[in-house]
Design a protein around this ligand. Structure first.
Ligand SMILES: Nc1nc2c(c(=O)[nH]1)N[C@H]1C(S)=C(S)[C@@H](COP(=O)(O)OP(=O)(O)OC[C@H]3O[C@@H](n4cnc5c(=O)[nH]c(N)nc54)[C@H](O)[C@@H]3O)O[C@H]1N2
Ligand SMILES: Nc1nc2c(c(=O)[nH]1)N[C@H]1C(S)=C(S)[C@@H](COP(=O)(O)OP(=O)(O)OC[C@H]3O[C@@H](n4cnc5c(=O)[nH]c(N)nc54)[C@H](O)[C@@H]3O)O[C@H]1N2
Ligand code: SF4
Ligand SMILES: [Mo]
Length: 778
C-alpha cells in the first residue's frame, strides 16, 4: 500500500465517530431466554424517556382500529382478534418511546452546539437529544445550524433544483415510514420535476426479494397472509431474527405450532427469539416457561444457504424416487411450472457430502430437515436480511422458490413465500411508485391521468446515487426520512459523497448523522411523527400504510405534536413542488395539501387495487390488495402463466487462513440507525456495541482471547478500510464466521460489494481480517 493511501486510511479512521468503551458482560446460553417480561420492559422504556403520560396513553391506541399504525416494523396485526389491552410488543413500545419523547432540540441548542461538536457525539447520544422542533439551515461554510422560516427553506430548495443542468442531478431518497399519501405526492413531484432518481431504503433491504419474485412469479410481493401461519405444516425461517425485528411474528408462529405446525430455523446464530420465546402479550406467556419456537435449528455458515437448500432438494428427490408422487407435487409441476427436467438433471449431479460441507451443517441434521419436509406440502418460507444481503441473494431466493415449486407450496392456503419486510411502510412506499425503476405501464398511467411526460429513463438506486454523488453528478440530495449516511455502506466513501453535494435536505423527526455530514448547504425540515395528531384545516386526519402482507390500513395519530412549527410530510412535498415548479406545474398542489381524500382519489386512478379507496378504508379501517400469486395465478413476462425452475450455481467462498466472513446485524436495542440502548439482551451482550462475535476455535487459532481489543480490516478493491477498537466475544457461531453490529461496521462494506441483480449492498457478506488493536488507528 502506498504511503498516501495509508495516510488517507488513517484519516478516514479518525473521521469515525468517537465512542466510549463500556464494560462488557456476555451472558450464558441458558440465560438468553430467561427473558425480562416484555411488557414490563416496555413500560420501563417509556419511563426512561420520561414520556409515560404522552407515550403511555398512546401505547393503548397503537395498532387499534381507531389508533395509529406501529411506527416500527411491518408485521401485520391479526385480522379477527385484537388484544383488549393493546396490540404492541416491546420493540414497538421502544419505537414509540423514541418518537414520543417530550425532549426537544431548539434553535438555541443549535446556537450553542456547532455541527462539529455534535458530530463528536455517539449515535446513541445524538438520538437521545430529543425531537427537532423548527426548520434549520446551515449556510455555506457555516459552523452552526440556524433557524429558517418554512417559506425561505422551500425557496432555497427551489433555487438549487432550478439551477441544475438536468433534473437527474438531484436524488430523492425515501426511508420506509412515509405514509401512502405523502409517498404518492412525493414521487409525483419528483417525476414532474423530471427524474426517476428515487432511491429508497428497500434498495438496501428487500430489493433482492422484489427483483427475484417479480421475475419468477410475476409479482414482487410475498404470497402469504397472516392466517396462513395458523394452519400450515412447516414454517422455514431463513436469515431472519423475528424475536427482535418482528416480535409479534412469534405469536403467529406459536399459534401455528399450537395447531400442529413445525418450525425450521436456518441461521448462523442461535437467535434467542427462535429458541426460547415468551409471548410478549399473554400474561401467562410472560410469567410462564419459554417455548422453543424452532423444532429444528440448522446452524448454517454465512452464505451456506444455497448449498443447504440444494442438499435438502437432493434428499427430497431420493425420497420422491422411492415414493413417486408422494413427495413432489407432480400436478403442480406439470401444470404450473417449466424447466423441471433440466432442474432435476442439474440437482442429481451434486454430491450430498460436498453440499453438506459447503453449508457447514452435518449430513444427519440436513437429513432430519428433509424428513420433516418430505410428506408435507403446506410449507411457508420466511426470509430476511440474512438472505437478501448476500452477493448471491437472488440465487438463494430462486432456490427457495425451487423448493416451494417442487412441493406445490405456493398459491394455496397455509403455504407460500414470505419476505418479512422491515420498515412499517416500506411496502406501501413501493406500491405508491417510489421506485427508481418504474414500469412502462406505471408511467403511462401517470401520463394518462396527469398529462405531463414522466421521465422514462430509469433513475439511480441507493448504491448508484452514492456513486453519482461521489462523482459530483448528483448535486442535490433530498431525504424523506431515514439516515442516509449511516444506513448506506462504505461510510467514509459516502461521507465524501455527501460533502460534494451543493445542498442536502433531510425531512426528519430526530437528529441523526446525515444532518452532521452534509452538503455545502444543508436543511433540516422537522415533521410530525406517526403517533402525533395530523390536523389539516382544523380536522384530525388519518393516513394509510401497507403492511408486509399487502393489507392497507388507516392510521390516526393521537398525541399533540411536540412543537407547533412542525408540518406534515405531504405539506412539505406540496410546498416544495409549488416553490420549484410554480405555474409550470399541471398539478393542483393546494388541493392535495388540503385533502388526503383527494390524494387517495388520485391513487385510486393511478394504481390498481385501490377501488373505492376512501370508502373502503373508512368502513373497516383496512383492506387487502389483490395478489394473484396468492390465488395460484402466475403471470410473468417471459413464461406466461407458468413459473420457471431456476438453475443456480454454488458460490465460491474460499478464505485465506487469516480471513473471515462478517455479517452485520441489528441488536435488540436499536431500530436501524436509531440506537435505543447499548444492550443486546437476547444475545447476552450489555453496554457495548463495538463487539465482534467469533467462534472459540477461531479465537484460539488467531492467537486472541475473548475480551481482546481488535481492529477489523477490509481490503476490497485494494483499499484498506479500518473499523478500529472492537471487543472479541466468544459465541456459538460457525468457524470462519463473524458478526458485528450495523451501523458501526458499515465502514467496512465496500460500495462495490453488491448483490448481483438487485444492486443491494451485500452487508451480510464482508471479507475481513482481524488484528490486535493499534491505538494509531483511532
Ligand atoms: N426492533 C427492530 N425491528 C426492526 C428493525 C430494527 O432495526 N429493530 N429493522 C427493520 C428493518 S428495516 C428490517 S429490514 C428488518 C430486518 O430484520 P432481519 O432480517 O431479522 O435483520 P438482521 O438483524 O439484519 O439479520 C437477520 C438475521 O440474518 C442472519 N444471517 C446473517 N448471515 C446469514 C446467512 O448467511 N444465512 C442465514 N440463513 N442467516 C444469516 C443473522 O444471524 C440474523 O439473525 O427488521 C425490521 N424491524
Ligand atoms: N451494514 C448494514 N447496513 C444496513 C443494513 C444492515 O443490515 N447492515 N440494513 C439496511 C436496511 S434493511 C435498511 S431498511 C436501511 C435503513 O435505512 P434508513 O431508513 O435510512 O434508516 P433509519 O435508521 O430507519 O432512519 C432513521 C431516521 O428516520 C427519521 N424518522 C423517523 N421517523 C420518521 C418519520 O415518521 N418521518 C420522517 N420524515 N423521518 C422519520 C429520524 O430522523 C431517524 O433519525 O439500512 C440498511 N443498512
Ligand atoms: S411486531 Fe412490529 S409492528 Fe407489531 S407491535 Fe411489534 S414492532 Fe410494532
Ligand atoms: Mo430494512
Amino acid at each position: 500500500m502506498s504511503n498516501k493511501t495509508k495516510k488517507e486510511t488513517k484519516k478516514q479512521a479518525a473521521a469515525q465517530p468517537p465512542y466510549k468503551l463500556m464494560s462488557l458482560r456476555t451472558g450464558k446460553l441458558k440465560d438468553w431466554s430467561a427473558g425480562i417480561p416484555a411488557v414490563a420492559k416496555s413500560i420501563e422504556n417509556l419511563l426512561k424517556q420520561k414520556t409515560l403520560v404522552r407515550g403511555g396513553k398512546a401505547l393503548f391506541k397503537m395498532n387499534q382500529f381507531d389508533g395509529f399504525d406501529c411506527p416500527s416494523c411491518a408485521w401485520p396485526d391479526p385480522d379477527d382478534e385484537r388484544s383488549p389491552i393493546a396490540e404492541y410488543c416491546e420493540n414497538g413500545a421502544k419505537a414509540l418511546a423514541e418518537e414520543a419523547t417530550k425532549k426537544k432540540i431548539t434553535p438555541l441548542f443549535f446556537k450553542e452546539n456547532s455541527v462539529y461538536e455534535l458530530s463528536q457525539l455517539s449515535d446513541y447520544e445524538i438520538g437521545h437529544l430529543g425531537r427537532i422542533s423548527e426548520p434549520m439551515y446551515l449556510p455555506k461554510n457555516g459552523t452552526h445550524y440556524q433557524p429558517i422560516r418554512w417559506e425561505d427553506a422551500f425557496t432555497k430548495i427551489a433555487e438549487h433544483l432550478n439551477k441544475l443542468e438536468s433534473p437527474d442531478e438531484a436524488a430523492f431518497y425515501t426511508s420506509g415510514r412515509t405514509s401512502n399519501e405523502a409517498s404518492f405526492v412525493y414521487q409525483l413531484f419528483v417525476r414532474e420535476f423530471g427524474t426517476n432518481n428515487l432511491p429508497d431504503c428497500a434498495n438496501m433491504c428487500h430489493e433482492t426479494s422484489g427483483f427475484t419474485l417479480s421475475s419468477i412469479t410475476g409479482t414482487g410481493k410475498g404470497s402469504v397472509t397472516l392466517n396462513d401461519f395458523y394452519d400450515t405444516d412447516i414454517v422455514i425461517i431463513i436469515g431472519q431474527n423475528p424475536g427482535t425485528n418482528s416480535p409479534r411474528m412469534l405469536s403467529a408462529l406459536k399459534k401455528g405450532k399450537d395447531n400442529g405446525a413445525k418450525v425450521i430455523a436456518i441461521n448462523p446464530l442461535p437467535e434467542a427469539g427462535l429458541l426460547g420465546f415468551r409471548d410478549p402479550q399473554s400474561i401467562k406467556g410472560v410469567l410462564g416457561k419459554g417455548t422453543d419456537i424452532a423444532d429444528l435449528y440448522l446452524p448454517v455458515s454465512i452464505n451456506g444457504d444455497l448449498a443447504l437448500l440444494k442438499a435438502i432438494e437432493l434428499l427430497l428427490l431420493n425420497f420422491e424416487k422411492e415414493h413417486p408422487g408422494k413427495v413432489f407435487d407432480q400436478d403442480f409441476i406439470k401444470n404450473k411450472t417449466t424447466g423441471y427436467e433440466e432442474f432435476i438433471k442439474e440437482i442429481e449431479d451434486y454430491n450430498f457430502d460436498e453440499l453438506a460441507s459447503a453449508s457447514g451443517i452435518s449430513g444427519e441434521i440436513i437429513q432430519e430437515a428433509a424428513e420433516m419436509l418430505a410428506y408435507k406440502n403446506r410449507i411457508i418460507v420466511c426470509w430476511g436480511m440474512g438472505v437478501t444481503q448476500q452477493p448471491n441473494g437472488v440465487e438463494i431466493l430462486r432456490e427457495i422458490l425451487n423448493l416451494l415449486f417442487l412441493k406445490g407450496s405456493i398459491g394455496k392456503p397455509g403455504a407460500g413465500s414470505c419476505p418479512v419486510r422491515g420498515h412499517s411502510n416500506v411496502q406501501g412506499n413501493r406500491t405508491m411508485l417510489i421506485n427508481s425503476r418504474p414500469s412502462k405501464a406505471q408511467l403511462d398511467k401517470l401520463e394518462e391521468v396527469y398529462g405531463f411526460n414522466p421521465p422514462r429513463e430509469h433513475g439511480h438506486d441507493v448504491v448508484d446515487t452514492v456513486k453519482a454523488m461521489h462523482q459530483g453528478k448528483v448535486k442535490v440530495h433530498f431525504s424523506m426520512g431515514g439516515n442516509f449516511l449511516s444506513a448506506t455502506p462504505d461510510t467514509n466513501y459516502t461521507a465524501h459523497a455527501m460533502r460534494q453535494l451543493d445542498l442536502s435536505v433531510c425531512v426528519s423527526t430526530k437528529l441523526n448523522r446525515t444532518h452532521l455530514i452534509h452538503g455545502k448547504e444543508a436543511l433540516i425540515l422537522p415533521t410530525i411523527s406517526r403517533s402525533e395528531k395530523d390536523i389539516v384545516n382544523g380536522e384530525l386526519q388519518f393516513i394509510t400504510t401497507e403492511n408486509a402482507m399487502g393489507v392497507i390500513e388507516s392510521s390516526k395519530g393521537m398525541l399533540e405534536p411536540v412543537s407547533k412549527h412542525l408540518i406534515n410530510e405531504t405539506h412539505i412535498v406540496c410546498r416544495m413542488a409549488k416553490a420549484t415548479l410554480g405555474t409550470k406545474s399541471v398539478i393542483d398542489w393546494d388541493r392535495y395539501m388540503n385533502s388526503y381524500d383527494a390524494i387517495r382519489d388520485a391513487i385510486e386512478k393511478c394504481i390498481p387495487g385501490f377501488d373505492n379507496y376512501n370508502q373502503r378504508i373508512r368502513e373497516k379501517g383496512r383492506f387487502y390488495l389483490p395478489n394473484s400469486v396468492r390465488e395460484g395465478n402466475f403471470q410473468t413476462k417471459k413464461y406466461g402463466n407458468r413459473v420457471p425452475f431456476s438453475i443456480t450455481s454454488l458460490p465460491e467462498n474460499s478464505l485465506a487462513a487469516d480471513e473471515y466472513l462478517m455479517a452485520t446485524v441489528r441488536t435488540h436495542d436499536q431500530f436501524n440507525t436509531t440506537i435505543y440502548g447499548l444492550d443486546d439482551r437476547y444475545r447476552g451482550v450489555y453496554n457495548e456495541r463495538r463487539v465482534i462475535f467469533m467462534n472459540k476455535k477461531d479465537i484460539e487459532k488467531g492467537g486472541f482471547a475473548s475480551g481482546d481489543k481488535v481492529d477489523i480490516y477490509n481490503y476490497d478493491d485494494n483499499i484498506e478500510r479500518i473499523a478500529p477498537l472492537f471487543i472479541i466475544v466468544e459465541y456459538p457461531i460457525p468457524e470462519k464466521n463473524t458478526v458485528t453490529y450495523f451501523p458501526e461496521a458499515n465502514v467496512l462494506v465496500s460500495i462495490h460489494n453488491t448483490v448481483r441483480g438487485s444492486n443491494m449492498p451485500a452487508s451480510k457478506h464482508v471479507k475481513i481480517k482481524i488484528k490486535k488493536h493499534n491505538p494509531d488507528n483511532l
